[in-house]
Design a protein around this ligand. Structure first.
Ligand code: PRX
Length: 570
C-alpha cells in the first residue's frame, strides 16, 4: 500500500476511474505539436519543439560511456546534430520512407542519428549491437534498408553478409577506419548544415520499425507510424510520471522497443532529462549511475532486478540512492519478491510493473503511481485502452478465468504493418480483437495477472527470441541434423533457451562439441540467443507432416502431461 501523502510529487494521472470514463484520444492529441493540415513529425515533438522553446538549454541527454565519463547534450545541441544528420541523408539522395538502419553501441551518434532520420521522413531502425551476421542480414534484407550507420568495429560483422544485401547503398561509419566506398560520419557531419526543416508527415506515415520474433519464421518487421508519438507522450506522462526536474533513466538498449519508446521518444517528447548508459550490465555501475546523476525515475527489467537482488543488499547500501522517486519494470513477469525487495532497498520505492509489446508501441497495462501496487500483477489498462480476457472464439471471459489477453484495436501507437507481410499482420486480429499472444486473468479489483505465452515465443532475460531462428541456426552446424528449441524456466533469466538436437551420423556427443555448437549459434544470431542447455536425442517428436512438436519437448522437460498425441508421426 502506498501512502499518497508520502509521495514526493503529485502523480500526473489523478482519478483513474473517472478518467477511464471520460478520456478521449483527441485530448491526448492536444499534448503534442502538429503542422498545418493535420501533419505531424514525431522527431519534431521529441527535439525541435523544445529547442525552439524555454527548454532550449535544458540537458536532454546525459550519456555515460560506461566508465563514468559523461557527455551532456542540450535539446538545442541535439536539434543541431539531428538536423545535420538529416542533411547528410539528403545529400545521399535518401528518399522519404526509405529504411535507415543503425548498428551502433549506445552513443550520442545513435540518439541524434535516429531522431534525424525520423525528422527527415525516413523509417528509422536501430539494431541490437550484439547481433551476429545472420540476425543483421535477416533485418537489412527483409526491410530493404538503403542506409546503415555503423562503426569501424561492428561493420566487420556486416561485411560477412554485405554481398547478400543488394539494396544497401550506403554504409555510414562512425570512427576513423573508413574505406573509400564508405561514408565518414565525422566528415559529413562536420560539413553538414545545422539547419533543417523537419518534414511534415501524414500521421499514418511510418516512423520506425523493429524486428521481433514470433513462433514461426524469421523475425518480422513491426512498423510504427508518426502518430504513435501521441501515446508515447501520454503514457510517459501518466505512467512513468515524469516531472520537469526529473532525471530519468531507461536501461534498455535502443535495439529493443523499450529503448526506442521510453529511452528516446516518450521522455524527450515530455522534455525530460534522461541518462543513457553505455557498456554492459554491472550491478556496481548501475548503482553508481543512479548516485552520480541523481536519477529520480528508473525504468528497467525483471531480469536486471533479479540480478541486482542476487548481488545482495549490502552493495546498494554503499551508494546514495535516495534520489529515486519511482521505479518501473517491463518485459517479463516481475516477481512479487522483486517489488518487495525494492521497497526495502530503495526506501519504500517499489517497482511498478508495466505490460506492453513491440506491436503495441507503448505501455497499455500498468500499476499507476497513484494506485496501490499488487505485487505480481501487471496492473490496469490505461484510460483509452480496452483490454479483456477472451477465448479463441472471441467470447469475453469472466473475472478469474484464464484466457487470451486481448486489446480492442485502434489505439494510436498500435503497429501499422508487418513489413511486407500482410498475412502475418492479419493473424493478430480476430473476432474484432487484437490477440497479444499472452494469456492472463483479471481479478475482482480489475488488476491483470500474467499467466504465460499462448505460443512458443521464448522470453530470456527479457529478450524475445523465436525458437525457429535458433533451430535454423543450429541445423546449419554440420553436427546438427535436427533441432527443437524451447524456453526452460530459470530463476535468474526467467527462461533459458534449451535445444534438443539429433546429431548427424558420424558425430559423437562431447562437452567440446556442445560448446562449439553454442558458440556457432551465438556468432550467427546474438550473444543472448543461443542455447545454454543442449540435450542430445535419438529422435524428435514430430507431426506426420514433419513439424517438430515443441509442446512435447516442453512437457518432457517440465514433467507435464503429454496431452493429445494423435497427430504424431509415431
Ligand atoms: O509475453 C509478454 C512479455 O513480453 C512480450 C512482449 O515482448 P517485446 O515485444 O519484446 O516487448 C517487451 C517490452 C515492451 C509480451 O507479449 N511481457 C512484457 N511485459 C510484461 C511481459 N510479461 C509479463 N509481465 C510484463 N509486465
Amino acid at each position: 500500500m502506498k501512502d499518497p501523502a508520502k509521495l514526493r510529487l503529485k502523480p500526473n494521472l489523478q482519478g483513474y476511474a473517472e478518467l477511464r470514463k471520460k478520456f478521449k484520444w483527441s485530448d491526448a492529441e492536444k499534448m503534442v505539436d502538429w503542422f498545418p493540415g493535420g501533419k505531424i513529425n514525431a522527431g519534431y515533438n521529441v527535439i525541435d519543439r523544445h529547442a525552439k522553446g524555454p527548454r532550449r538549454n535544458k540537458i536532454a541527454l546525459i550519456y555515460d560511456d560506461g566508465e563514468g565519463n559523461a557527455t551532456k547534450l542540450t535539446f538545442q545541441q541535439l536539434f543541431e546534430m539531428s538536423n545535420k544528420f538529416a542533411n547528410v541523408l539528403k545529400k545521399l539522395g535518401v528518399k522519404r520512407q526509405d529504411r535507415v538502419f543503425f548498428f551502433l553501441q549506445r552513443s550520442p551518434e545513435l540518439y541524434s542519428g535516429f531522431v534525424g532520420a525520423i525528422k527527415y521522413g525516413a523509417i528509422a531502425s536501430p539494431m541490437f549491437p550484439a547481433f551476429g551476421p545472420d540476425a543483421i542480414k535477416d533485418r537489412l534484407l527483409d526491410s530493404g534498408a538503403v542506409v546503415l550507420v555503423t562503426d569501424s568495429v561492428l561493420k566487420k560483422r556486416v561485411y560477412e553478409v554485405k554481398d547478400q544485401l543488394p539494396e544497401l547503398k550506403h554504409m555510414i561509419i562512425v570512427g576513423q577506419d573508413v574505406a573509400p566506398n564508405e561514408v565518414s560520419w565525422e566528415k559529413e557531419m562536420a560539413s553538414a548544415s545545422a539547419m533543417f526543416e523537419t518534414v511534415p508527415m501524414d500521421p499514418e506515415e511510418f516512423m520506425y520499425m523493429l524486428y521481433t520474433s514470433g513462433t514461426t519464421g524469421k523475425p518480422k518487421g513491426v512498423v510504427h507510424a508518426h502518430k504513435d508519438i501521441v501515446e508515447c507522450h501520454l503514457s510517459t506522462y501518466w505512467v512513468l510520471d515524469v516531472h520537469e526536474d526529473d532525471v530519468y533513466w531507461c536501461t534498455a538498449d535502443l535495439g529493443w522497443v523499450t529503448g526506442v519508446v521510453y529511452g528516446v521518444l516518450g521522455p524527450w517528447s515530455n522534455g525530460t532529462t534522461q541518462v543513457g548508459l553505455g557498456g554492459r550490465f554491472e550491478p556496481e555501475r548501475w548503482y553508481k549511475t543512479i548516485q552520480a546523476y541523481k536519477v529520480t525515475v528508473w525504468y528497467t527489467a525483471p531480469t536486471a532486478v533479479r540480478m541486482l537482488m542476487a548481488k545482495g543488499d549490502d552493495l546498494p547500501k554503499k551508494f546514495e540512492l535516495s534520489s529515486l522517486r519511482a521505479n518501473y519494470s517491463v518485459g517479463e513477469p516481475l516477481n512479487p519478491e522483486g517489488v518487495k525487495w525494492a521497497m526495502d532497498v530503495f526506501d519504500n520505492k517499489p517497482f511498478h510493473d508495466t505490460w506492453w509489446q513491440t506491436e503495441t508501441g507503448s505501455i497499455l497495462i500498468t500499476n499507476f503511481p497513484e494506485m496501490p501496487i499488487k505485487p505480481g500483477s501487471m496492473g490496469k489498462p490505461l484510460p483509452g485502452i480496452e483490454a479483456a480476457i477472451i477465448d479463441e472464439a472471441g467470447k469475453v471471459l469472466e473475472q478469474g478465468e484464464e484466457g487470451n489477453l486481448a486489446i480492442k484495436p485502434g489505439w494510436p501507437s498500435m503497429m501499422r504493418q508487418i513489413w511486407k507481410n500482410p498475412a502475418k499482420y492479419n493473424e493478430y486480429f480476430r473476432n474484432g480483437w487484437y490477440y497479444t499472444g499472452d494469456t492472463a486473468q483479471i481479478d475482482k479489483d480489475g488488476y491483470f495477472w500474467y499467466v504465460g505465452r499462448a505460443d512458443d515465443v521464448i522470453k530470456t532475460a527479457g529478450e524475445r527470441v523465436g525458437p525457429f531462428e535458433v533451430e535454423s541456426a543450429l541445423i546449419e552446424h554440420p553436427a546438427v541434423a535436427e533441432a527443437g528449441v524451447i524456453g526452460k524456466p530459470d530463476q535468474l533469466r526467467g527462461n533459458i533457451i534449451k535445444a534438443f538436437i539429433v546429431l548427424t551420423p558420424g558425430y559423437t556427443d562431447s562437452p567440446q562439441l556442445r560448446e562449439d555448437i553454442q558458440k556457432f549459434v551465438k556468432n550467427k544470431l546474438a550473444g543472448h540467443a543461443y542455447p545454454r542447455e543442449i540435450e542430445i536425442m535419438q529422435k524428435l517428436p514430430k507431426t506426420r507432416s514433419g513439424k517438430i512438436v515443441r509442446r512435447l519437448l516442453r512437457a518432457k522437460e517440465l514433467g507435464l502431461p503429454l496431452g493429445d498425441t494423435s497427430t504424431l508421426e509415431d
